[in-house]
Design a protein. Structure first.
Length: 276
């Protein structure tokens, strides 16, 4: 998990020609690996939009976005590849203002944002339920917002299956309900741990005062690729909700720490359950 700048697009009309790699394998519709970036004044097909306050740069091992602004790109989308995976290697605060990172697929599925702290790991955004997504591959506008941050990405991709998927049942949770979280990993895992965060200011949410981590159990016969964790929901501890508020769809970020024989990876997925 703990893993030189060749071109900088800062405040000049500079453009580098390169290609996002399309269909590098059967599981991937496209991948931006940052070996070189295509940037222009306006967003285009496989071309990022240059903004005055947001620098984009290719790196030897990915690419960089630094500053305070947004960028967009037209990329292929299809129901056959319903996951948007964004691998953040590192993120630093710059300046003293609002510090955040937002992912907007622009598919009427909501926005995934983290505010005040941008954790490193793989952000896995589920798009299967997006009403704008169709079986036919078409080009679609996608946007990223970077606020007072320097973020190193190793890749952004649309895939059939991410490293880890998380489902929460029931989809509408009230106090007293038994909640089951199921994690499915692409590779055989040795250990799976779950964490909950409020996306605004990123405080850790605890299911009880004395519970600091949630250890999932491997499902028998799953070859270490399916894990579950169940608990009785009595309200989260440590959140910053106003009185009378509920946890709206996407206001909680789930982190799944997956340990395999070769690595430890943190996968982040917005919680689409509505929680009292």
């Amino acid at each position: 998990m703990k893993k030189a700048m060749v071109a900088v697009f800062a405040y000049a009309a500079l453009s580098v020609c390169a290609e996002i790699v399309e269909r590098p394998d059967a599981d991937t519709l496209w991948i931006e690996n940052g070996k070189a970036l295509r940037v222009a004044d306006k967003p285009g097909i496989l071309t990022w939009q240059k903004k005055d306050k947001l620098a984009l740069a290719s790196l030897d091992n990915g690419f960089l976005m630094e500053g305070n602004g947004s960028t967009g790109i037209y990329i292929p989308v299809s129901k056959e590849f319903p996951w948007l995976c964004i691998n953040v290697v590192s993120a630093e605060r710059i300046g003293t203002g609002y510090h955040a990172f937002s992912i907007n697929p622009n598919l009427d599925i909501g926005i995934c944002s983290v505010v005040s702290r941008i954790p490193r790991g793989i952000y896995c955004i589920p798009l299967a339920a997006a009403p704008k997504l169709t079986e036919k591959v078409r080009n679609h506008y996608f946007r990223l917002d970077v606020n007072n941050a320097k973020i190193h990405f190793s890749s952004i991709a649309m895939v059939k299956e991410p490293p880890c998927t998380v489902t929460v049942k029931p989809v509408s949770v009230k106090k007293g309900d038994e909640v089951t979280i199921t994690c499915r990993t692409r590779s055989k895992a040795q250990y799976v741990e779950l964490k909950f965060y409020q996306t605004y200011t990123m405080p850790n949410l605890r299911i009880a005062d004395d519970v600091k981590r949630c250890l999932a159990k491997a499902v028998s016969g799953s070859d270490g690729k399916e894990w579950t964790f169940s608990f009785k929901y009595e309200g989260f501890k440590g959140g910053r909700l106003k009185e009378g508020e509920t946890w709206r769809r996407g206001s909680i970020l789930l982190e799944t720490v997956v340990e395999t024989d070769n690595e430890v990876v943190s996968c982040f997925q917005p919680c689409h359950a509505v929680i009292e």
